[in-house]
Design a protein around this ligand. Structure first.
Ligand code: SF4
Length: 698
C-alpha cells in the first residue's frame, strides 16, 4: 500500500449468493484492496474470496482481443486440458470480423436447420441486465427457448418444488431471519465453505442460544456450533424427512390452525408418511429412531424455526422430492410467513436468483411467466417488438446431449464453462467439439473456449456497472472500478452487437436503460428503480412502495397460488441413479471448497486463493485411507463407470467411511469426468452428489 488508500468504488461480491457489499479500492488499473461495506447481507463482513479474489482481472492470461479458429484446426476434447495447444489453434481478429463470424454462423444454422438447432448458455456471474438481454437475444434473435444457465446445476429442483408448493421459487425469508429464530435447521449445506458470511450469522444465532440442527452425510464446519448434528446416509433425505413428518403428525405437533387455513393436501400427506415411523426407516437413514424423534419434536415445538438447505438436497435425481419433503415439514409446522421462520435454499452463484428471475431459463419468461402462457407472451412481444416462441426449450444438460447427437448445431456461451461443469465430461466435451458453431464470450480461454469457433473477450465484474439479486431477494447495484483491458468489451455491448447482426434493431444507452425495460417486463421490480439503487444500494423485492425497503419475509397471509393455499406434495422413496456395488463400492460426492469458485476460471487465477489451495485433493475418511493403504498426500485414482481421475489423497474425519469428496474446480482432476448425467425428472438437475466409485492407489 502506498500512502492514502485508493478511491473506493461501491460494488457487490461476484462469488456466492450471499451478495456481500464491498468496496474496490483501485488505482492505475489495479485493485489494491477490497473492503467490506455495510450491506444488508454482510454488515461489513467478507470471506477470503471477497477479500482476495480479484487479481484475476489483471492475470496475464486475460483475453484482450477476439480470437477465431484457424482454418482446418480440428476441435479436439483433449485441448480442454492443454491451454497452449488450444491457443495455437486460434488467431487474433478484429471485432468486426469476430462478430460477423459469430452472428453469421448462427444466422446460417437458423436458415438451414431452423431455430431449434440453436441454443444459448447465459451466466449467473454477470448482471441482471446482461442475463435479461441474453435470454431476449436467444428468444427473439435465435427464435428458440433453448436458453439456460447454471441454475440447472444448482437449485433447479428446489425451484420446481417451491413453485409447485407455494407458487414462488424464491426464498420466503432472508438468512438473516436467523437472528429471530429459536431453531435453525441446516440440511445438505456447507455454509462455512460455500456461503461463509451467511455462516457467520448462523453462528451468531447459535451463540445467543438458538438451537442449530445440522443434518448432512458429511461433517460440516457448523457442527461445533450445533445443538444437534444428524449424520444421515447419503441419498436418504426423503426417508429421513418423511420420518420427521411422521413424528410431527403422529404426535399432533403440527400447527392445526395453519394447516386448516392455509394448506391443501394434508390428509394425503398424513396418510403417506404413516409408513415412515422412525423405527421403520432408521436403518435406511443411518440415524437412530430416538434422534429422528428428538429433532422432529425440537423443530416442530419451536416458536420460530428457519430451514436452510443447499445442494446436498437439490443436486440429486430425487432433488425435487427432497425439497418437497422439506417444504412439507415447514408448512405443517406453520413455520413460514412470520419473523424467524421460513424456507431458504441458499443460492450458489451470486446472481443465480436474478438470472432466473429475468428469464434465463428455458421454460419461463421474465418473472417466471410460462412460455406457453399466450397472454404473457403477447405482453412481451408488444414490449420487445418481436415474436416469442411458445414451446419450452431444452435445459443445460439436455442442450449438451442434443449437441452430441447433432440436434443442436450452434451454441452461444456467455460466462459459463460446461466443459468443466456438465456431468459426464467425456461425453459433454465430445458433444461441444461436435458443434458446427460454438461462440464463447469469456475472460480467459476456458476449457469450453478451447473448443470454440469464435472467442469474444469480455469484461470482469469489477469492470461492470449493473444490478444483481442475491439469495435474500435483495437487488443490489455494482459499479465499475476498472476499465476492461485491451480490446475486451462490456458483455452488454457484445450481446447488443450480436443482436443487431441477427436483425434486431436494438439500441441501449447502457445498463440503466436495460433495467428500465426490465422493470416494464417484470412486475416483481415494482417500486425498485435504478435511482433508488444508486441511492440506497439495495432494495428487496417484492417492494410495495417507492420509499419502502421491500419485504424480507413473505407469505404472511397467502401463498402465490390460485387459491392462496400452499399445496403439500408427498415425496416417495427412490434410490440414487446408481448404487455402490462390488466393483464401485464408494460414493463419490462433488462440490466446492472455500477458496475456489465453481470451475476455477477466476479463483485459480487469484494469487492468494491459488496459494491457499493450489491443487486438487480427494478427501477420504481416516478409516478408508488405512483400508486402502494410502498415506496423506499419496496419489489416488478415483474411477466411475464414466471415467477416472488422479490426484493427492487427504484424510478428512468429516467424511463417512464409504465416501470420497472431490471439488470440481480443477482442470487437472476434473470431478465431472466421473459424475452421472441422469436427471431429476422435475428439475432436470443431475445427481452430482452421488455416483458409485472405485478408489485406490494411483
Ligand atoms: Fe463473496 Fe460470498 Fe464470500 Fe460474501 S460470503 S465475500 S458474497 S464469496
Amino acid at each position: 500500500r502506498r500512502g492514502a488508500p485508493a478511491p473506493e468504488t461501491a460494488s457487490v461480491c461476484p462469488y456466492c449468493g450471499v451478495g456481500c457489499q464491498l468496496g474496490f479500492r483501485a488505482r492505475e488499473g489495479r485493485i489494491e484492496e477490497v473492503v467490506g461495506r455495510d450491506g444488508p447481507a454482510n454488515r461489513g463482513r467478507l470471506c477470503v474470496k471477497g477479500r482476495f479474489g480479484f487479481d484475476y482481472v489483471v492475470h496475464p492470461e486475460r483475453l484482450t482481443r477476439p480470437l477465431v479458429r484457424l482454418e482446418g484446426a480440428a476441435k479436439d476434447p483433449a485441448d480442454c486440458l492443454d491451454p497452449a495447444r488450444a491457443r495455437a489453434k486460434f488467431r487474433e481478429a478484429d471485432w468486426e470480423e469476430a462478430l460477423d463470424r459469430a452472428a453469421g454462423g448462427f444466422a446460417a444454422i437458423r436458415s438451414a436447420r431452423g431455430p431449434s438447432a440453436l441454443a444459448g448458455f447465459g451466466s449467473a456471474k454477470g448482471s441482471n441486465e446482461e442475463a435479461y438481454l441474453f435470454q431476449k437475444l436467444v428468444r427473439t434473435g435465435f427464435g428458440t427457448n433453448n436458453v439456460d444457465h447454471c441454475t440447472r446445476l444448482c437449485h433447479a429442483s428446489s425451484v420446481a418444488a417451491l413453485l409447485e408448493g407455494i407458487g414462488s421459487g424464491a426464498v420466503t425469508a432472508p438468512f438473516t431471519a436467523a437472528a429471530e429464530a429459536d431453531v435453525i435447521l441446516v440440511i445438505g449445506a456447507r455454509p462455512t465453505e460455500n456461503h461463509p458470511v451467511a455462516a457467520t450469522f448462523l453462528k451468531d444465532a447459535a451463540a445467543r442460544g438458538a438451537g442449530l440442527i445440522v443434518m448432512d452425510p458429511r461433517g460440516t464446519g457448523l457442527d461445533r456450533f450445533a445443538e444437534e448434528v444428524v449424520r444421515f446416509a447419503p441419498g436418504q433425505d426423503v426417508a429421513l424427512l418423511n420420518a420427521m413428518l411422521h413424528v410431527v403428525i403422529a404426535e399432533g405437533l403440527h400447527d392445526r390452525d395453519f394447516v386448516a387455513r392455509r394448506l391443501a393436501g394434508f390428509e394425503a400427506l398424513a396418510e403417506h408418511v404413516r409408513a415412515y415411523a422412525p423405527e421403520a426407516v432408521e436403518a435406511r437413514c443411518g440415524v437412530p429412531a430416538a434422534q429422528i424423534r428428538r429433532v422432529a419434536r425440537r423443530y416442530a415445538r419451536a416458536e420460530r424455526a428457519l430451514i436452510l438447505w443447499g445442494m446436498g438436497v437439490s443436486q440429486s435425481v430425487h432433488g425435487t422430492d427432497n425439497a418437497r419433503a422439506l417444504i412439507a415439514l415447514a408448512l405443517v409446522c406453520g413455520q413460514v410467513g412470520r419473523p424467524g421462520t421460513g424456507l431458504h435454499p441458499l443460492r450458489g452463484q451470486n446472481n443465480v436468483q436474478g438470472a432466473s428471475d429475468v428469464g434465463l431459463i428455458p421454460m419461463a419468461l421474465p418473472d417466471y411467466q410460462r412460455t406457453d402462457d399466450d397472454a404473457a407472451r403477447a405482453r412481451l412481444e408488444a414490449l420487445w417488438g418481436a415474436p416469442v416462441p411458445a414451446a419450452p426449450g431444452l435445459t443445460v444438460v439436455e442442450i449438451t446431449e442434443a449437441a452430441g447427437r447433432g440436434a443442436i448445431e450452434g451454441l452461444y456461451v456467455m460466462g459459463e464453462n460446461p466443459a468443466m461443469s456438465d456431468p459426464d465430461l467425456g461425453h459433454a466435451r465430445a458433444a461441444l467439439a461436435r458443434l458446427r458453431h460454438l461462440v464463447v464470450q469469456d475472460l480467459f480461454l476456458t476449457e469450453t473456449a478451447a473448443l470454440a469457433d469464435v472467442v469474444l473477450p469480455a469484461s470482469a465484474w469489477p469492470e461492470k456497472t449493473g444490478t444483481v439479486t442475491n439469495t435474500n431477494r435483495q437487488v443490489q447495484l455494482g459499479r465499475a472500478a476498472l476499465a476492461p483491458p485491451g480490446e475486451a468489451r462490456q458483455d452488454l455491448d457484445i450481446i447488443v452487437a450480436m443482436a443487431r447482426r441477427l436483425g434486431l434493431g436494438w439500441r441501449y444507452g447502457g445498463p440503466r436503460e436495460v433495467f428500465a425495460e426490465m422493470a416494464q417486463a417484470m412486475p416483481s421490480l415494482a417500486n425498485i428503480t435504478w435511482e433508488r439503487l444508486e441511492r440506497e444500494g439495495s432494495v428487496t423485492y417484492p417492494c410495495h412502495g417507492p420509499d419502502m425497503p421491500g419485504e424480507g419475509i413473505i407469505f404472511h397471509d397467502a401463498f402465490h397460488t390460485a387459491d392462496g393455499r400452499a399445496r403439500l406434495v408427498p415425496a416417495g422413496l427412490s434410490d440414487p441413479a446408481e448404487l455402490p456395488d462390488a466393483d464401485f463400492p464408494f460414493v463419490l460426492t462433488t462440490g466446492r471448497e472455500l477458496e475456489h469458485w465453481h470451475t476455477g476460471a477466476m479463483t485459480r487465477r487469484a494469487r492468494v486463493l491459488d496459494a491457499l489451495r493450489p491443487a486438487p485433493v480427494a478427501a477420504l475418511s481416516p478409516q478408508a485411507m488405512r483400508r486402502l493403504g494410502l498415506a496423506p498426500g499419496a496419489r489416488v485414482r478415483i474411477a466411475t463407470r464414466r471415467g477416472a481421475v488422479e490426484c493427492a489423497a487427504r484424510e478428512d474425519p468429516a467424511l463417512p467411511e464409504g465416501m470420497v469428496f472431490l471439488s470440481f474446480a480443477y482442470r487437472e482432476a476434473p470431478a465431472n469426468m466421473l459424475t452421472d448425467p441422469r436427471l431429476d425428472p422435475f428439475g432436470r438437475i443431475p445427481g452430482f452428489k452421488f455416483s458409485a466409485a472405485r478408489v485406490g492407489p494411483a
